[in-house]
Structures are given as structure tokens and as C-alpha cells.
Design a protein around this ligand. Sequence first.
Ligand code: FES
Length: 339
Amino acid sequence: MKKIIMQPSGKEIDCPSGETVLSVLEKQGYALPNNCRAGACGECKIKVISGEFDQGFVMDMALSQEDRSNGYGLMCMAKPTSDVLEIEFGTVDAKPKLFPPVENSWHIVTDKIQRTQNILELKLAPLGKAIKFWPGQYAMLGEDNDQHPLRPYSIANAPKQNGELTFIITKEPTGKTSPWIHDEVNIGDNIKINAPYGTFLGDPSVDTPILCLASGSGLAPILSLLNAYLSRGHKNPVTLLFSAKTKEDLLHFGEIKYLESKYVNFKYKFTLTQQAGIIGGLEGRIDKVLPQILTDLSNHSLYIAGGVSFVDTCKKTVEKLGAKEEFIHMEEYFAQQVN
Ligand code: FES
């Protein structure tokens, strides 16, 4: 059995021979950014401080000769060959490091899809380097002037190799930036964003059932987190309860049903607050319907995102069902912030 030591924390983990550093880190609950898992994208590149490893076959564009001579390696393919491999990873607590925000990063609008009467989905592709972020974080969009000030919008996808970013944007009719995005920004336009920000992050080391509660564009960070948790192979049950007014407001319905059919531990529930009799749906607000699905949340991790009163109601409801304060993560959208 070999050992991996993470610095600056000094934490040690065992590495069975033949396993890659990435898979061992993940099994122990340490999140390392990755994408292709095949030595092609460079996402999992980190510095090896000491020790030897077999890098395997990786692409030069993902790990240059200069990277190699500076001691970097791609952990998705790297297998330790010395008894101890010391790597640079995370903070002094061995938590993943937040990526420093990038300002004025030019992106092109690749798609703009009206999802409901007042919610659209906006897709951006980077014109330069892809922005690195953790699932659950947000970006600032706008023109950074008085007419269209920068506003925070959660990223709705897990990180992708091509750097594509998806946003779910609600139009606040009296606002400045969201009406601009809805009515004036067009496919093919170039816009600048600042990102990433926020600490509504999934804890990769949690080994508990997960419950996500969302309404409206609060689904965005939840989708990002869900995709990350499920694709990472989270083994415990994961449930999403989405609250909408009517069937027409069930955002990303097909995509979520796809996740449900792909991952046996994932359950999708929705509740409608202004429409009755829809097959497969619940009826009423979260405080009424959640106890019909789950009665004991004492060992759950909770992720709640939506408007202020929605988040407030959800928090009270999950607390009544035994959720522990330290496992409740919330992202509240204030109308003034996202207008
Ligand atoms: S995850 Fe793509 S190179 Fe390692």
C-alpha cells in the first residue's frame, strides 16, 4: 500500500497499488477538478512535491513538457510508484481551494431559450480560457454601468471541458439587467462576465443522503450540484423536490427525468402550487408536501435555493423534520440582487 500526502495540510491517505491519485482522492471525499479522466483536458493538473509516479499516456496539450519539468502531473492518470507521493492539494484543512475570480472574461452567447414566460436559459461559451468554478457558484453578468449593472446569476451546469456556462435567468420587470438579458442580448453577442463567486458548494466528502429543494431559477445551482454529486458516484439517496406554480414552470424537466433514469439513487419530485391533478406531481407548498416524502432528515445534507420566502419556509420545514443546522446549505435570491 502506498501513501499520498497532501500539502499544506499534511493529511495522509492510503493508495492501493494500481489506483490513480484522482480516484483515491475522490474515494476519500477530496474533490479535485477533473473532466475527461483520460489525460486530455488538463483539469486535474497539480504539482507533485516529492515521490515518483507513472503518468501513463497523456496528451501534450494537457500536460506540456514545461509542466512536466516543473513537477506537475495529471492526477486522473497518475499512479504512485514510490512508497510516498507528496502533492499540493487544497488548503491547510485539506479543503478544495476556491478558484480566484476572473474579471471581464469575454464570452459569446451560443443559445438563448425561453423556458417559461419570464424565465430563459442562456448559454455562453468562452472566447478565451474557460472559467474554473465549483458546482453551486455564481457569475456576475451585466455591462457594469448604471443602465445594466452586474448581477449575480448561478451557473446551472457542472464544469465542462469546453468552458460552456448555462444560466437560468428570471426577468424582473422593474429591474435593469434581467430585462436587458431577456430583451436585448442576442445569440452571437459577446458579453463580459466576472466569475466565480459564492460558497454554496457541495461538500464532496459527505457520505449522507442528500435532499435538494428549489423553486424558479433556484434550480440553477442545484442542477450544477446534482450533476456533480451524481457523476462523482455519490452512493446514498439523492432527492430533488422542485416547487413550481404550474406544469409549464417545470424547468429542465426532461434533463432531470434523464438523470432519474440514469442514476438509481436519484429521485425527482415536483410540487405545483397553482395547478392540481397533474400525474406524477404533488400539490401545495413545500411545508405541506415535504413531510409526505421524507419524515426524518436527521442524517441528510440539505441544499435549498430560491427566493427569500421560499428558502425561509424550507428551512423551517426541514428543521421540523430533524435536519441539523450544520448540514443545511442555503442560497437565497433577493429581488434587488437579480433584477
Ligand atoms: S481529468 Fe482531464 S486530464 Fe485529467
